[in-house]
Design a protein around this ligand. Structure first.
Ligand code: Z5A
Length: 220
């Protein structure tokens, strides 16, 4: 896929549950604003009214029937089509930086590696929905599955959080997802894999180095 030609930058955060995506996105948004950059923070699935409705159905733990893997895949892309056209591309056209919590690498990792849907189908849908849009830079926060799960459950104890449909999956599912992310990162120069088991301030110094490289044009 060729690079997009919009004046803004598109940065995505990827990784398993509880690795620190939301925490570090807040840090990145503040850091970029300090550099005088206008930032749009968004997430997938979601980011628009319609896409958030699709998210609710995707994450709802119990439906009266099972959701098939193909339905899940198509819902993810339906939400993404709306998100790209209504939020991501307009912001990039205005020259803003879009920081997105998950994007289509999550689809390849969860629906491709996790659910074992044909990767060629996912690539086909990616081309159809994204056209020439791909992230300029993807920060993969990597940690053992158990570490992310422990963090997420500690966070859940502190607030009111409902278990979502993915959280009902077995450990082996999340191991396949992690492996998927690692394989994607190994084959694409836009990925920056960061060790998310480090103390938060060290993870943030690592993220800062990547962002400085993006700003100076050394990356992408
Ligand atoms: N999904 C899919 O299947 N296909 C797709 O295409 C897309 C998504 C786009 C919703 O994702 C689900 O959608 C997701 C995959 C699927 N399901 N799963 N699993 P989500 O992003 O909304 O949910 P999530 O992945 O479960 O994210 P999360 O639990 O919100 O985790 P996080 O944002 O990465 O972590 P956090 O909230 O920033 O941090 C967790 C806790 O750890 C928190 O208390 C922090 O203070 C703490 N923390 C963070 N960093 C550190 C460090 N370095 N040290 C110690 N403690 C830390």
């Amino acid at each position: 896929m060729k690079k997009h030609s919009y004046p803004g930058r598109f940065i995505t955060f990827e990784g398993g549950e509880g690795v620190g995506k939301s925490t570090n996105i807040a840090f990145v948004a503040d850091w970029l604003k300090e550099q005088g950059i206008t930032v749009v923070v968004t997430r997938e699935p979601g980011g628009t009214e319609i896409a958030e409705k699709i998210r609710n159905d995707l994450l709802k733990a119990h439906h009266s029937e099972d959701m098939t893997a193909m339905t899940e895949l198509l819902l993810v892309f339906a939400a993404r089509a709306q998100h790209i056209e209504k939020v991501i591309v307009p912001a990039l056209q205005r020259g803003e930086w879009v920081i997105c919590d998950r994007f289509s690498d999550s689809t390849m990792a969860y629906q491709g590696y996790g659910r074992e849907l044909p990767r060629a189908d996912i690539e086909l849908l990616t081309g159809l929905v994204q056209k020439d849009l791909q992230p300029d830079c993807t920060l993969l926060l990597d940690a053992p599955v158990a570490t992310g799960m422990a963090r997420a459950s500690r966070r859940a104890e502190q607030g009111i959080e409902q278990t979502d449909r993915f959280e009902l999956e077995k450990l082996s599912f999340f191991e396949k997802v992690r492996q998927g992310f690692l394989e994607l990162a190994a084959h694409s120069p836009r990925f920056h894999k960061l060790d998310a088991t480090q103390p938060l301030d060290k993870v943030q110094r690592d993220i800062e180095s990547v962002l400085k490289a993006v700003l100076s044009g050394d990356v992408t």
